[in-house]
Design a protein around this ligand. Structure first.
Ligand code: TIU
Length: 230
């Protein structure tokens, strides 16, 4: 029954077990990735995030082929903003704020075009989509229940942005007892230095809240799981 694979991650190898590992794809939404969305409204260079799409599409395909649970998250709010704390709504001085009209509809509002996931990474039938009002995917969401129902103990963490929603979710998951492997070329930041240091922080101190590896080792490992499970 033991269908496992060892991933040569940093700071050391991590063993993943088929059926107990889920792929989590965080907030690959048009509002973060495309010009005119929330990310750009905060003054960010959205081009920095687009390079994540091809390797992440390949990883999602490998996870699907391996029969792995795939979970997508979307950051956003109810149209009446009742789930958006004033401290988040009024933060900083962006040209556009959450709920304001943007190029893709109201910014970060559920149901709007910009709130949804980019076409290249769209969820398929049977995959879980978690709508979250915060940066972490566990806060005010059913994520913990979904993971419990599926017997998940390890997470492959991907998405944007590395130092915000990816970090927050990974830290939340680590505190809840999940082993988290952050896939380095499948996470992105608007800031190259945050990308580098964000990944360093995860694997420092013997993997203080996770492991890091890229798709050159993670995808072959998932293919191995597929072969083993067949
Ligand atoms: N601004 C930024 O870096 N990130 C967010 O607002 N949300 C996520 O990271 N998803």
């Amino acid at each position: 029954m033991s269908r496992t694979v060892s991933i040569p991650a940093e700071p050391g190898p991590l063993t993943l077990e088929a059926g107990k590992t889920a792929l989590v794809v965080i907030d690959m939404q048009r509002d973060f990735l495309l010009p005119g969305g929330f990310g750009e409204s905060l003054g960010n260079d959205v081009d920095q995030l687009l390079k994540v799409v091809p390797p992440l599409a390949a990883l999602i395909a490998a996870a699907r082929a391996a029969g792995m649970l795939v979970i997508h998250t979307r950051e956003g709010h109810e149209p009446d903003l009742s789930d958006c704390p004033p401290a988040k709504l009024n933060r900083g001085a962006p040209s556009k704020r959450i709920g304001d009209p943007g190029r893709y509809g109201r910014i970060l509002i559920r149901g709007e075009y910009g709130h949804d996931i980019v076409d290249e990474l769209a969820p398929i039938d049977g995959e879980v989509v978690i709508d979250k009002p915060g940066k972490g995917a566990f806060y005010a969401t059913p994520l913990q229940d979904v993971l419990d129902e599926h017997g998940i103990t390890s997470l492959l963490v991907t998405g944007v942005t590395t130092e915000v929603c990816v970090h927050t979710t990974t830290r939340e998951a680590n505190d809840r007892g999940y082993e988290c492997l952050v896939v380095s070329d499948c996470v992105g930041s608007y800031f190259p230095e945050f990308q580098r240091v964000g990944l360093e922080m995860i694997k420092a101190q013997g993997g203080i809240f996770g492991w890091v590896a890229d798709t050159s080792v993670v995808i072959p490992a998932l293919q191995q799981l597929t072969v083993t499970a067949a």
